[in-house]
Write a protein that binds this ligand. Structure first.
Ligand SMILES: *[C@@H]1O[C@H](CO)[C@@H](O)[C@H](O)[C@H]1NC(C)=O
Ligand SMILES: *[C@@H]1O[C@H](CO)[C@@H](O)[C@H](O)[C@H]1NC(C)=O
Ligand SMILES: *[C@@H]1O[C@H](CO)[C@@H](O)[C@H](O)[C@H]1NC(C)=O
Ligand SMILES: *[C@@H]1O[C@H](CO)[C@@H](O)[C@H](O)[C@H]1NC(C)=O
Ligand SMILES: *[C@@H]1O[C@H](CO)[C@@H](O)[C@H](O)[C@H]1NC(C)=O
Ligand SMILES: *[C@@H]1O[C@H](CO)[C@@H](O)[C@H](O)[C@H]1NC(C)=O
Ligand SMILES: *[C@@H]1O[C@H](CO)[C@@H](O)[C@H](O)[C@H]1NC(C)=O
Ligand SMILES: *[C@@H]1O[C@H](CO)[C@@H](O)[C@H](O)[C@H]1NC(C)=O
Ligand SMILES: *[C@@H]1O[C@H](CO)[C@@H](O)[C@H](O)[C@H]1NC(C)=O
Ligand SMILES: *[C@@H]1O[C@H](CO)[C@@H](O)[C@H](O)[C@H]1NC(C)=O
Ligand SMILES: *[C@@H]1O[C@H](CO)[C@@H](O)[C@H](O)[C@H]1NC(C)=O
Ligand SMILES: *[C@@H]1O[C@H](CO)[C@@H](O)[C@H](O)[C@H]1NC(C)=O
Length: 521
């Protein structure tokens, strides 16, 4: 009795709380804003066919409907997907239609530019059919966030964009290598100097793949709130102003693929919050400053294929947050890998590329300290001696590149114990001995490069035909005797490349007749 009363009370309470939450009014949206939205929607077709970057892309605008046809006041566009209103005025203040399969062009007459109360606009990852960014965007003077990235605009970025002086985030970049990203937008007439002059509140500036074809003005260093700067593949040249790296709030810098951009890294302040620094494929040069080692927050450092010289900074031992480190492809002075004790303290590293950096000596057993390593690249150095068991037994190692060194010894343990390995390149060394048949146990292996060693013994190709994921097998230029596959009781993997040069084959491998992907790389 008592308990049923209790439940009754609970039930009534539930009912009340439900009707309370229902009674929170969805703000009435402004009629003019709503009709502007509907016109905007109707100016595009929905096309799920183009290569959107987001596999979960779907047309948000399809849910935009009047509740009862003709009764404008009964609908609230404030509840439409991607739309946000000011709750007191009903004006639209944010529109997020990223990855919404919108296809079609847009011009300054677009009803979008009547939404003058917009503060945040995200049209990223749609397909605006190579139309220009309309100058009408300058009418949206309340904008703080503008994201038009990866949405197939082309032509000059309109000068009107520099009227948006409240902007905090500006992303006009295109991230990717597809033809949808092929350097379509240009900032030649406005120029970076004029852009950043007015937009002094910027925290985020991303112009990846925008054709800037300019120097980087020192004025960028006046953006004192800047946290994120991404200028990948922008055709930048000249000297990058080092003062930009010292901006006090800067966390993320990427200048990848600006081959004509030169510069030096400055001394860093230990208070710098820099987490991500990526300068690969630029012409940055000079020594890496010791003060890089003071950047307590640094997680990602990629300076590959630049022109840095000197030696690696030994101050790095304190960079315990570092997960990605690439120095590869720089003309550093010769150093011994077994005399870099700081390197083995970076216990969180999952990626380490130090190929083509003039490293000598042996691979030390301390490499076993890097127990999170997934990817290790040491190619194109002068390393010698054997592969230590500590390397072989790294529990997560999936990619190992030792190509073009002077390493020696047997590879049996690599081909047995590296259970996670998917990419293994041991080519152009002095490895000898047999290829064990246990290699067939490495079921994740996709790429196996062993050419140009002193490997010997008999190799039955059937061994490899059991490896479901194998795509590349390169055994040429060893001292092997290869026996053509005969068993045929397994379905062989479809290979992209098979190297059996100087392999003493006496019979044409019959499994080749079913290979259809060969040579597609
Ligand atoms: C329009 O919506 C309002 C408010 O919901 C309602 O009072 C009115 O009857 C509706 N008019 C028509 C023509 O449906
Ligand atoms: C408007 O009201 C909704 C529902 O109460 C709330 O979730 C939202 O944050 C409010 N928006 C603004 C901009 O205040
Ligand atoms: C925009 O919408 C997408 C989902 O479509 C969401 O992932 C993203 O966080 C939203 N962006 C903003 C700034 O609200
Ligand atoms: C896209 O652009 C092409 C070439 O300018 C044009 O023929 C086509 O009609 C445009 N499609 C849309 C939907 O605007
Ligand atoms: C914009 O609209 C006006 C009047 O409707 C028209 O004359 C003009 O051609 C339009 N401009 C563009 C670029 O469509
Ligand atoms: C712009 O939007 C896209 C898609 O929503 C997102 O991936 C990207 O991070 C956004 N850019 C910025 C600077 O937030
Ligand atoms: C800067 O903004 C003002 C309006 O706020 C505008 O008149 C001026 O043309 C802008 N400067 C540049 C370089 O675009
Ligand atoms: C670019 O896209 C890749 C994956 O497609 C992602 O890992 C990376 O973070 C993106 N970069 C930026 C600057 O958004
Ligand atoms: C560097 O500049 C030269 C000469 O202006 C130009 O031909 C080349 O394409 C530029 N390289 C890059 C990577 O931008
Ligand atoms: C480092 O930054 C702090 C705070 O931003 C500043 O007070 C200090 O002067 C800077 N030190 C140097 C050497 O620049
Ligand atoms: C690492 O940090 C400690 C404490 O902050 C400091 O005493 C030491 O000098 C630093 N080591 C290097 C190599 O910078
Ligand atoms: C390979 O793994 C086996 C079993 O886990 C172990 O006994 C052996 O020592 C390992 N080989 C090397 C070279 O570490």
């Amino acid at each position: 009795m008592c308990s049923s009363l209790y439940f009754l009370v609970l039930f009534v309470q539930l009912l009340c709380s439900q009707s309370r939450s229902q009674s929170v009014p969805v703000p009435q949206c402004d009629g003019a804003d709503m009709s502007a939205l509907l016109q905007f929607k109707n100016s595009f077709t929905v096309d799920r066919g183009f290569a959107s970057r987001d596999p979960l892309a779907y047309p948000k605008t399809e849910s935009w409907k009047l509740e009862s046809a003709g009764n404008v006041s009964s609908s609230s566009c404030c509840s439409w997907e991607g739309v946000e209103c000011d709750n007191s005025t009903g004006r639209i203040i944010a529109l997020n239609l990223s990855s919404s399969c919108l296809y079609g062009s847009i011009n300054s007459n677009s009803s979008l530019f009547r939404l003058v109360h917009l503060q945040r606009l995200n049209l990223a990852d749609n397909h605006f059919n190579n139309s220009e960014i309309p100058s009408g965007v300058g009418l949206l003077s309340s904008l703080t966030h503008l994201n038009l990235s990866s949405s197939v605009f082309s032509g000059q970025i309109p000068t009107e964009i520099s009227k948006l002086t409240k902007l905090v985030t500006l992303d006009l970049g295109c991230n990717g290598t597809s033809e949808l990203c092929a350097g379509l937008l240009k900032l030649r007439s406005l120029g970076l100097t004029n852009l950043v002059q007015n937009l002094s509140n910027l925290q985020v500036l991303a112009l990846d793949n925008v054709d800037l074809s300019s120097e980087v003005p020192v004025r960028v260093a006046n953006l004192s709130s800047l946290t994120y700067l991404s200028l990948e593949s922008c055709g930048l040249y000249g000297v990058f102003p080092a003062s930009i790296f010292r901006l006090p709030k800067l966390e993320y810098v990427s200048l990848v693929s600006n081959g004509n951009l030169t510069g030096h890294l400055p001394e860093f302040n230990s208070t710098s919050p820099l987490q991500f620094l990526q300068l690969s494929t630029t012409s940055f040069s000079g020594e890496l400053p010791d003060s890089l080692g003071d950047l307590q927050s640094l997680k990602f450092l990629n300076v590959e294929r630049c022109n840095f010289s000197g030696s690696f900074p030994s101050s790095f031992s304190n960079l315990t947050e570092l997960t990605y480190l690439s120095f590869r492809g720089n003309p550093f002075t010769a150093q011994r890998l077994d005399s870099l004790p700081w390197l083995w303290k970076l216990a969180k590293l999952d990626t380490l590329y130090i190929g083509q950096t003039n490293l000598q000596g042996k691979i030390p057993s301390s490499i076993g300290n890097l127990s999170h390593l997934v990817t290790l690249g040491l190619a194109g150095n002068e390393l010698e001696g054997e592969i230590p068991p500590e390397l072989v037994n790294l529990p997560r190692l999936a990619k190992l590149n030792l190509w073009d060194n002077q390493l020696s010894g047997h590879i049996t343990s690599c081909l047995t114990n590296m259970t996670q390995i998917s990419f293994l390149d041991l080519s152009s060394n002095y490895f000898d001995g047999p290829i064990p048949s246990s290699v067939s146990q490495l079921q994740n292996l996709q790429f196996l490069w062993l050419f140009g060693n002193l490997l010997s013994g008999i190799v039955e190709l059937d061994t490899f035909l059991q490896m479901k994921r194998l795509q590349i097998l390169q055994l040429s230029w060893n001292e092997l005797s290869c026996l053509a596959g005969t068993k045929q009781n397994v379905t062989p993997p479809q290979l992209l490349l098979l190297g059996l040069g100087s392999c003493n084959l006496s019979e044409f491998p019959s499994f080749l007749k079913d290979q259809t992907q060969m040579g597609r790389i």
